[in-house]
Design a protein around this ligand. Structure first.
Ligand SMILES: C[S@@+](CC[C@H](N)C(=O)[O-])C[C@H]1O[C@@H](n2cnc3c(N)ncnc32)[C@H](O)[C@@H]1O
Length: 319
């Protein structure tokens, strides 16, 4: 996601918006869930198409921005909740089924650039916090100070190689045996001591990502969000997910593959319990132009699944 300064204002540019709109074709009066409201870029585009939007975000500042959008009188609801709880949010406003669900994963640039929230190694003095939802108890510093060595190895292995995860866990243990880990700079010192292999970007990128994902239990909520979203969709509804790294994308890809019924494939023995939701899946990578104009979007990929329309279509597909 990119934001540009224009006359002192922050102008947000939503990632892969064009591809999302072209493929999903949101229509007037359709009901959409935007599970990751952020700066409201995708929500605003859906509202402009005449859709009704239930937006969610667990971040307090996103809630404040949503308040401003609400004042404009759109058909718009906001819940400060995890998107893994979208079924509860829908029930609260009396929505039974929806036409589409969008998840634009990860943190916003606003969160990343906030010098107080500890998401970025660019602010070494920041407290090592990393909570998207500041009402939650456990910060990144808490995890590093309290996890066992085995838990730490598992935490880092989400984005680091096994030998690197081991070394990071050992350095965390060494550091905290002398003094508690409190600030971004403490974690940076640990990472430098762990001598990770050279990566494309900054050496701290992968350990920071792993820690952030653990603090916010991102992969667990993603799995649950996909399941809830797929169940809430009407026949023909679309589930769209924009992901930014392989850990997330693998979960999304497997989810679609495991719940899709392409032509010629049917539930084999032992698979009868599998819920089948989708009849079509598409994947798009971010365009070269968007990557160039917004380097932060360069690893973005969009996957969309279309829910089977009817029992008739389901039967046709399994033949
Ligand atoms: C990449 S930004 C979304 C940007 C948004 N699409 C836009 O155009 O403004 C991701 C946002 O989703 C929120 N978020 C991430 N995971 C979430 C989850 N599991 N539940 C609720 N909000 C989440 C973050 O707090 C952040 O504000």
């Amino acid at each position: 996601m990119e934001k540009k300064r224009e006359e002192g204002q922050l102008l947000h540019v939503p990632v892969m918006l064009k591809e999302f709109l072209e493929l999903c074709q949101p229509q007037e009066n359709e009901k959409w869930i935007d599970g990751t409201f952020g700066y409201g870029g995708h929500t605003t585009a859906l509202l402009e198409k005449g859709c009704k939007v239930l937006a969610m975000d667990m971040d307090e500042q996103a809630q404040q921005r949503a308040g401003l959008l609400r004042e404009k009188g759109h058909h718009f609801y906001f819940f400060r909740k995890n998107f893994s709880e979208m079924a509860v949010a829908c029930a609260q406003i009396g929505w039974d089924r929806v036409d589409g669900v969008l998840l634009d994963l990860g943190v916003s640039l606003g969160q990343l650039k906030d010098p107080q929230r500890g998401f970025s190694f660019q602010f070494p003095e920041a407290p090592l916090d990393m909570r998207m939802d500041s009402s939650k108890e456990k910060t990144a510093a808490f995890l590093l100070n309290n996890f066992s060595k085995e838990q730490l190895i598992r935490l880092f292995s989400v984005s680091c190689k096994p030998n690197e995860s081991q070394r990071l866990a050992e350095e965390v243990e060494r550091f905290r045996s002398i003094r508690p880990i409190l600030r971004v700079k403490d974690f940076l010192e640990i990472i430098l001591k762990a001598r990770l292999s050279k990566a494309k970007g900054h050496v701290a990128t992968r350990p920071f990502l792993a820690l952030r994902m653990a603090v916010n239990e991102e992969l667990e909520h993603l799995q649950k969000g996909l399941e809830e979203g797929a169940r809430l969709l009407k026949e023909g509804g679309r589930l769209a997910v924009i992901s930014f790294h392989s850990g997330e994308d693998r979960i999304v890809k497997r989810f679609f593959q495991n719940h899709c019924l392409p032509k010629g494939r049917h539930e084999t023995e032992g698979e009868t319990e599998r819920e089948v939701f989708f009849c079509r899946i598409e994947r798009r990578l971010v365009s070269r132009e968007e990557s160039r104009s917004n380097p932060r979007a360069r690893s973005a990929r969009l996957r969309i699944g279309w829910k089977i329309r009817s029992e008739e279509e389901r039967q046709r597909l399994i033949k």
